[in-house]
Write a protein that binds this ligand. Structure first.
Ligand code: ATP
Ligand code: MG
Length: 476
């Protein structure tokens, strides 16, 4: 099939790059093809910034010669993999020699030999990722689709080119990729392919954590992360890669009282937060982890039924370990997630009582610049099926938001620092760092937040002297 004649129109959008590769490949008598993600995404009309070229011969040679003509050196060479990469403006072009792969049981790294284009297509993970377009003079633009990948694209199905059992056992990362593509593209996984994932789930243990987490993050950032998580759960992968999340699943019943299934509740919260968190991986992580300590804090008593007291605090304390295990960054991004988990009940608890300025000021102070994200998380956390209840909550929530805005306009608490800090306290009383410095610092902060004293240096200083006397730093 010639690409210009088929219903997808001209798929070789980056014309200059492809024509150049075609010419260069012709000169060195080496066949070349565009393959994989680029072809798939062109048909799906998705934006792609990476192009994969497969050639019958040396990918490195072809890359070097193409780079010369396009005047876009340097070529990045990955000798161990026999691949090379060039950047043409924003576009990344990867070159690799066609290869045939065979796998050993305990490694994702195959034994690689030179192969034909068919053999190279055989080693691709899904039929929709095995499509190729010829860049050769004799049939430039010809579509090579040995596994009916275009049909699967139309039917929105993910299917492996060869026996799925072998495909997944060979490289178990492909199981994560299947679920990732399903969430990103809204495709279904064909039933024998899905069964093979269930069967081979345990093999995920040979994959490096970084690769698993990369796919997990892509699922979380996709348009349908909850679809991905349900698939991870159904296939048995979830308990292997993220046990804490699996443990949210299930409902207990005692004395006729049950609690909600926190797995589905969390996915609902994630769905609710999607429109407000496009590209914001960490806000989505906060949504995923907000109730993570519910299984650990679950208690039952006859009067109250099921309770999860302290799950926000315990959850925040679980975050570093989860991030460490998943090899997620342990920096300010983790701290941000931790903060949102810790504070996720605060705005909603404010709607239950008559709201004092003091409670609002505290929230502003503790959430700081992340207040808006916290409010978004809280609002997404309202998943009640009872419509009236939901509207009531959301209305009260709007009131809290308004009060917070008014208070912040007045008091500017968000990025506020108390007028007297630890250093000044030590200098005033000529003392070294000690517990008392912390106590005094906290007491000034609290007095201002609670409205006992005004936010002024003089009042803070007078208050400091009183407190210092009380705790015996200076004589009464
Ligand atoms: P994206 O770029 O959105 O992550 P992609 O399908 O292009 O998706 P790449 O990692 O860029 O993924 O890989 C390019 C191509 O290489 C894929 O389309 C597929 O044909 C092949 N490929 C990648 N990883 C694997 C794998 N683990 N097993 C088999 N084939 C793979
Ligand atoms: Mg790609």
């Amino acid at each position: 099939m010639n690409i210009s004649e088929n219903k997808y129109g001209d798929l070789l959008g980056s014309e200059k790059i492809f024509k150049t590769i075609s010419n260069v490949a012709g000169k060195i008598d080496q066949q070349a093809f565009v393959i994989g993600g680029y072809v798939r995404d062109q048909i799906l009309k998705r934006e792609t910034k990476d192009i994969d070229i497969v050639t019958l011969g040396s990918g490195i040679e072809l890359a070097k010669k193409t780079a010369k003509v396009l005047n876009c050196s340097p070529v990045k060479i990955f000798k161990n993999f026999g691949t090379a990469m060039i950047n043409v403006g924003e576009i990344e072009v990867q070159f690799v020699g066609a290869r045939k792969e065979s796998y050993r049981k305990n490694s994702r790294n195959p034994v690689v030999e030179d192969g034909t284009i068919e053999e190279d297509q055989n080693r691709r993970d899904f039929t929709i990722n095995a499509l190729a377009i010829s860049l050769n003079k004799k049939d430039y633009g010809e579509f090579i689709d040995p596994f009916n990948g275009t049909q699967d694209l139309n039917e929105k199905v993910l299917k492996t080119p060869l026996d799925p059992d072998i495909t997944f056992s060979d490289d178990p990362l492909r199981m994560m990729r299947a679920i990732r593509f399903s969430s990103q593209l809204d495709f279904n996984i064909e039933s024998s392919t899905l069964k093979a994932i269930q069967k081979n789930a345990d093999r995920i243990s040979i994959v490096a954590q970084e690769r698993i987490t990369e796919e997990l993050n892509k699922i979380i950032l996709s348009d349908q992360p909850s679809k991905g998580f349900k698939l991870l759960e159904e296939t048995g992968l979830l308990k292997l890669i993220f046990l804490e999340f699996q443990l949210l699943k299930g409902v207990d019943i005692l004395e006729g009282k049950s609690h909600k299934d926190n797995f589905y509740h969390t996915l609902k919260v994630l769905d609710n937060i999607l429109p407000y968190s496009k590209g914001n991986l960490w806000l989505r992580w906060a949504a995923l982890l907000h109730d993570i300590a519910k299984p650990n804090t679950k208690r039952f008593n006859t009067k109250q039924g099921w309770t999860f007291h302290g799950h926000e605090d315990k959850g925040a304390r679980m975050v570093p370990n989860i991030f460490r295990k998943l090899k997620l960054p342990l920096d300010h991004q983790m701290k941000y997630v931790q903060k949102l988990v810790l504070l996720h009940l605060r705005p909603i608890s404010l709607t239950n009582e008559s709201i004092t300025d003091s409670a609002l000021r505290r929230l502003l102070f503790e959430a700081g610049n992340d207040l808006e994200d916290l409010m978004t998380l809280c609002q997404s956390d309202i998943t009640s099926k009872n419509k009236e209840k939901k509207i009531k909550y959301l209305n009260r929530f709007e009131q809290v938001k308004k009060k917070l805005r008014d208070l912040e306009d007045r008091d500017k608490i968000k990025n506020w620092q108390p007028p007297i800090g630890g250093k000044e306290i030590m200098e005033t009383f000529n003392i070294k760092p000690c517990k008392e410095v912390g106590i005094l610092k906290e007491s000034i902060k609290n007095a201002i937040l609670d409205g006992i004293i005004k936010n002024s240096y003089q009042e803070a200083y007078d208050y400091l002297l009183i407190k210092a006397k009380e705790i015996g730093i200076i004589e009464k």
